[in-house]
Design a protein around this ligand. Sequence first.
Ligand SMILES: Nc1ncnc2c1ncn2[C@@H]1O[C@H](COP(=O)(O)OP(=O)(O)OP(=O)(O)O)[C@@H](O)[C@H]1O
Length: 300
Amino acid sequence: MDISEEKSATLIAEHDRTEAPKMTENTTAKQVADMKAEHATTVGKPLVDNAKMSMRGVDVFYGDKQAVFGVDLDIGENEVIAMIGPSGCGKSTFLRCLNRMNDTIEICQVKGEISLDGLNVYDPKLDVVPLRARVGMVFQKPNPFPKSIYENVAYGPKIHGLARRRSEMDEIVETSLQRAGLWEEVKDRLHQPGTGLSGGQQQRLCIARTIAVSPEVILMDEPCSALDPIATAKIEELIAELSQNFTIAIVTHSMQQAARVSHRTAYFHLGRLIEVNNTKKVFTTPDHELTEAYITGRFG
Ligand SMILES: Nc1ncnc2c1ncn2[C@@H]1O[C@H](COP(=O)(O)OP(=O)(O)OP(=O)(O)O)[C@@H](O)[C@H]1O
């Protein structure tokens, strides 16, 4: 039976009453552990011990409309976390907060704390260019620059001054294309336009471009939604390989994809983080009724 709007609203109101851990300078390690345990019983495991990125109380507004409500979430080092939920639930908005991509939207305002290895991502003095090198992004639609394959990959290292000689740049380009699983397909046409590649190849080129500046975290916003199943399978294999060296957060509409590629899955609903847990648990025995309704297809 479909879950009614009224039932959904009641469950959201209950969720909003649950207190998230609030930490101050004087909070002891024992208190932190107790708070984490208590919070975990309501939304799963939002906080982890090896956090690469930590988000606390994140609210996002577009003008006076709130799109994300008080999200507390850690992303562990070298983990792949999938963000799922019905259309419009705020997954992409939340993802874009992590490297301040929302700064480009004038009416968008982000509140709360977001940190990368303890660095405050929203520090007004922080330069977003190096931040976006550390936290790279791959978009829904492959968007190579109108330049050659080589130049697409070399662009970031060039502006960040990562190569002193042409030979060093050649090496970065080759290694990045290899890690993105594209080298064999393009090594004989590096100076042809990136836009001449197939959609799947273009997306791997965009991944190579992201990797080329040695990011620590890669954000992927529905990276396969414009690709066919074969190209999708290649990107999914790539995500598994990349997770050995990078921390990855992926927004996806495909529950199968989330189940295949991620270690933990976060379920969003109407701007709230409803549940986050080990991916297998989320898809077999979710803790929250809203998650269960979504994974069993009881939302439209
Ligand atoms: N640039 C924007 N200006 C105003 N409102 C926006 C903007 N981008 C998103 N929103 C609104 O914020 C809410 C969350 O949108 P968001 O795109 O983050 O959700 P989503 O879960 O990623 O959706 P989808 O799965 O459809 O991509 C929606 O109500 C949306 O209409």
